[in-house]
Design a protein around this ligand. Structure first.
Ligand SMILES: *Cc1c(COP(=O)(O)O)cnc(C)c1O
Length: 388
């Protein structure tokens, strides 16, 4: 049987995969089982920050793989402690909890907020978290409920209580819920990725941060997709001049290995005490060694490259034939097109370019260090396909 046939027979049918069998790659160039090459403008959904099989990352990962691939959280290991230190030094956050995915990083954020409120009030009277309509926070039962889209709230009930959904860019809507009394936190993405690459207004985000502080609530920023250099800052909140209480991240952090991180600010640094949360694989030495390499290399030079490449893509696509609008921040961009996005993705595959969708848009999430030549070639092909 072919890879495709075996997959269709034995892998749970949760993914509508495109007809591509990927077998290898280097940087932003991927190869399929027939030897055809693709320019990758999706980087495994914002994961392969430095492309596929990046040399330096591979060296860091394999070095750790050969000395201590796994232990458990009963013992101390260097990669885990070093990564936590790096993240705290670069963000000003105080402590980090490590897990294995974005959903888990958000679960930890939600648990931390609830425990913060429990410690304060001595009971569960205050437990509601305000999230935004059109958000996406993950696929576990609780993060599905945290996701502010009705389509995610079916099939798997009963769902946990404790979430309400406010309209994005509307502070009054947040106030309406918060004035009700039992709200403990606002949780949001600064660029709604799965929701269609919609960037929140700067004034709104600042006002929410101030309001939340006034109310002694917590501000949780979901940087699972926007984090780790993706938007042109190490974390997207740094564009907004705010200080979140909790920041969750995953996707790009491991550069291709599964890792989630929940960063805890001053107000919540000691909320999670011994025994209150845990994960068998969380802080895995190999994943953390890879992540340390990634974080160290997200420097000012790389970030300004992200901004330059972003400006290039926007200038090529904005106003181009067949393009209605371009949204997003840094190398996280959404392109609203006249033709259906799905059709564009399929034609791009035929022409050797991999792009993604988000709602009705074509979504671009190239690796941050993609060669200019590959980027230009990929964008020109996309532009032609959109214009056809
Ligand atoms: C992808 C994503 C998640 C879920 O991450 P997983 O690693 O798939 O669990 C959560 N929040 C945001 C904003 C995401 O983009």
């Amino acid at each position: 049987m072919s890879i495709t046939e075996t997959d269709k027979k034995y892998v749970a049918g949760t993914y509508a995969r495109f007809p591509v069998e990927l077998v290898s790659g280097k940087g932003a160039i991927l190869k399929d089982s027939s030897g055809k090459e693709y320019i990758d403008l999706g980087s495994g959904i914002a994961v392969n920050i430095f492309g596929v099989a990046d040399d330096e990352w591979q060296k860091a990962v394999t070095a750790q793989l050969s000395v201590l691939p796994h232990t458990s959280n009963l013992y101390f290991t260097e990669p885990c402690s070093e990564l936590a230190e790096l993240l705290c030094e670069r963000t000003g956050m105080k402590k980090v909890f490590f897990s294995n995915s974005g959903a888990e990083a958000n679960e930890c954020a939600i648990k931390t907020a609830r425990k913060f409120a429990f410690d304060k009030y001595g009971d569960e009277s205050h437990s509601t978290i305000i999230t935004l309509k059109n958000s996406f926070h993950g696929r576990t039962i609780t993060t599905l409920k945290a996701t502010g889209q009705d389509v995610f709230h079916t099939n798997f009930g009963p769902f946990p209580d404790g979430f309400v959904y406010a309209e994005a860019n509307n502070l009054d809507d947040i106030k309406k819920y918060a004035d009700g009394g039992n709200c403990i936190a606002v949780m949001m993405e600064l660029v709604q990725g799965e929701g269609g690459v919609c960037k929140l207004d700067g004034d709104y985000v600042k006002a929410v941060a101030e309001y939340v502080r006034e109310k002694d609530m917590l501000l949780i920023i979901d940087e699972v997709q926007t984090g780790n250099g993706r938007t042109g800052e190490l974390y997207a909140y740094m564009h907004y001049g705010i200080e979140p209480d909790i920041v969750s991240t995953a996707k790009g952090l491991g550069g291709g290995l599964p890792i989630g991180a929940t960063m805890l600010g001053e107000r919540v640094e000691n909320v999670l005490s011994s025994g209150s949360h845990g994960s068998t694989f969380g802080g895995n030495p190999v994943c953390c060694a890879g992540a340390c390499n990634i974080i160290k290399r997200i420097d000012d030079k790389l970030l300004s490259e992200v901004k330059e490449k972003s400006a290039y893509i926007i200038s090529e696509l904005e106003g181009a034939k067949g393009v209605k609008s371009v949204s997003g921040l840094g190398l996280m961009l959404g392109v609203e097109t006249e033709k259906p996005a799905k059709e564009i993705v399929n034609t791009c595959i035929e022409k050797g370019v991999l792009v993604l969708t988000a709602k009705t848009k074509v979504r671009l999430l190239p690796s941050l260090n993609i060669d200019w030549d590959d980027l230009k070639k990929g964008v020109q092909i996309l532009k032609e396909v959109i214009a056809e």
